[in-house]
Design a protein around this ligand. Structure first.
Ligand code: ATP
Ligand code: MG
Length: 246
């Protein structure tokens, strides 16, 4: 059996019978504000606490903003700054993927290759084993040709596989797309899909739920479970444990 990489979020690791099979490339899909970046941050944070180096490669937001937002939302998590200073938790990227697509006439394939090379050297020099790419939605906006987009996605996954890292790759996907998530052609290339849903009104009426849609190499629960974003991290509410009063 393959080694499991515990995400470090108790409920979801339970649903995965221990965690993500090591070396899996997993899509983390969800609507705006569903908590994708925070979930991915916690995956890196929990690894870093155990000495596993993690890199968050940010394509959309400035890495400093991600760090500030995570510290704000997860106020009870200790030593975030220390882990960053020790380079166990590395936030990387200009926060604007368009910097790779500068200039006229430069093929997006070439620009993307450059980005993958940067990612590879960052992984190799830091010996990172946990990777987050947040988010690849912007790629789809920049690369309109579906064939090229799919090729580029395959290049990305192949590079991550070569480096034997375990990765979470976030993508924006609305609740309305729930039925479609499995049938996005590019998703066949990923080893797993975890979907986060935010439904109802903003504010107190909002309901957050998540499910494991697929996970190669692992038994997993198919139940859709509620979760909340708390100062101590993402809290997945398992039905079995609520019933037994744990
Ligand atoms: N201090 C906080 N306390 C509780 N919840 C917070 C706090 N800060 C943010 N949140 C919640 O986290 C959500 C944002 O999380 P996150 O940035 O991970 O979402 P996302 O899915 O990555 O969104 P986007 O699509 O914008 O990238 C907010 O919508 C809010 O519900
Ligand atoms: Mg985000």
């Amino acid at each position: 059996m393959r080694d499991k990489i515990g995400i470090g979020i108790y409920g979801i690791d339970k649903m995965l019978f221990g965690g993500i099979p090591s070396g899996n490339q997993v899509i983390l899909s969800g609507g705006p504000g569903s908590g994708k970046t925070l979930f991915a941050f916690e995956f890196l944070y929990r690894g870093a606490l155990k000495g596993e180096v993690g890199i968050l490669f940010s394509l959309e937001e400035k890495p400093e903003m991600i760090l500030d937002n995570a510290k704000e939302a997860f106020g009870d998590l200790a030593d975030v700054d220390k882990l960053v200073a020790e380079k166990k938790l590395i936030l990387y990227g200009s926060g604007d993927i368009r910097s790779y697509f500068r200039g006229e006439g430069e093929g997006s394939k070439y620009a993307f290759g450059e980005m993958i090379t940067e990612l590879e050297s960052a992984i190799e020099s830091s010996h990172a084993t946990r990777i987050v790419i947040d988010s690849i939605s912007i790629l789809k906006l920049l690369i309109r040709d579906p064939f090229e987009y799919r090729n580029i996605s395959i290049d990305l996954v192949s590079a991550l596989r070569r480096l034997k890292v375990t990765a979470l790759i976030t993508i924006e996907m609305d609740v309305a797309d729930k039925g479609r998530v499995l049938f996005q052609p590019e998703f066949f290339i990923y080893d797993g899909i975890i979907s986060m849903y935010s439904s109802g009104d903003e504010g107190s009426n909002r309901t957050l739920t998540m499910e494991i849609v697929k996970m190669r190499g692992s038994k997993h629960s198919f139940t859709t479970v509620p979760y909340e974003i708390t100062p101590a991290g993402i809290n997945v509410l398992l039905l079995s444990e609520r019933n037994s009063g744990k």
